[in-house]
Design a protein around this ligand. Structure first.
Ligand SMILES: [Zn+2]
Length: 235
């Protein structure tokens, strides 16, 4: 495990559900935004099935979550949020999703792309990674390398752009930690903006976010960290 410090100018984060980015990478996204980077978020799913309640109205929930993601993005200082509106549970790493992601990468031209590690399936024998996370991760990987950087892939999708650095969260094989000690409070506030998704009171949520960030930071000696699998793309 090593400590990683990046100062990108443009960042694209791509996640499945409206709260995923804040939980996985809210600290580093906030930090980069504060340092002047353009940080853009793509949310693939509509969030309409994100509830254990039987009587929840899906479209109404999606609209609540849309509001939450915009509030959280404001807290993090993101430049924009793009919602692709795929129904929860129906993400597929298909040509259509790849073409949308390639077009967004070519439009925003990020040096760093952040998203879910699609290879993570089982966590600690108690949790199966959501299919939408895995499919989003695979689609993002395929969009970044090689499609976005090669002109003959999706020629209608803009000028080719080669992403330099991929950071994958929710990974079983983290190899870098980014210090988020200066943005941990902002991350907590962004996570708390997703009130429809929180099964605990605010103090408990803050405690969970804090403990996880402490655990992530410990191997590299920082108070609070976020861990990723890092891929520096050679081209
Ligand atoms: Zn999710």
């Amino acid at each position: 495990m090593r400590s990683l410090r990046l100062q990108p100018h443009r960042v694209l984060a791509v996640y499945a559900h409206p709260d995923d980015a804040d939980v996985a990478a809210g600290g580093v996204l906030a930090q980069w935004a504060r340092e002047g980077a353009e940080v853009r978020l793509v949310v693939v799913c509509d969030g309409a099935k994100g509830s254990h309640g039987h009587s929840v109205d899906g479209p109404a929930l999606a609209s609540v979550r849309q509001g939450e993601v915009h509030r959280a993005a404001e807290i993090l200082g993101l430049t924009s949020v793009t919602a692709l509106g795929v129904p929860d549970g129906e993400v597929s790493n298909d040509q259509q999703l790849r073409s949308r992601l390639v077009a967004l990468i070519r439009e925003h031209r990020p040096e760093v792309v952040v998203g879910p590690d699609p290879t993570a399936t089982f966590f600690g024998g108690v949790y199966v990674n959501h299919r939408d996370h895995r499919e989003t991760g695979w689609s993002l990987l395929d969009a970044v390398a090689p499609a976005a950087g090669m002109p003959l892939y999706f020629p209608e999708g803009g000028e080719p752009h080669q992403v330099g650095h991929l950071l994958l969260s929710g990974t079983l094989e983290p190899d870098v930690v980014i210090d988020v000690s200066r943005s941990i409070e902002v991350k907590m506030a962004a996570v708390l903006a997703h009130a429809s998704q929180l099964g605990a009171d605010d103090a408990e949520v803050r405690e969970i976010v804090s403990v996880r960030a402490e655990q992530a930071g410990r191997p590299v000696g920082v108070a609070y960290g976020e861990a990723f699998r890092s891929v520096e793309l050679a081209w």
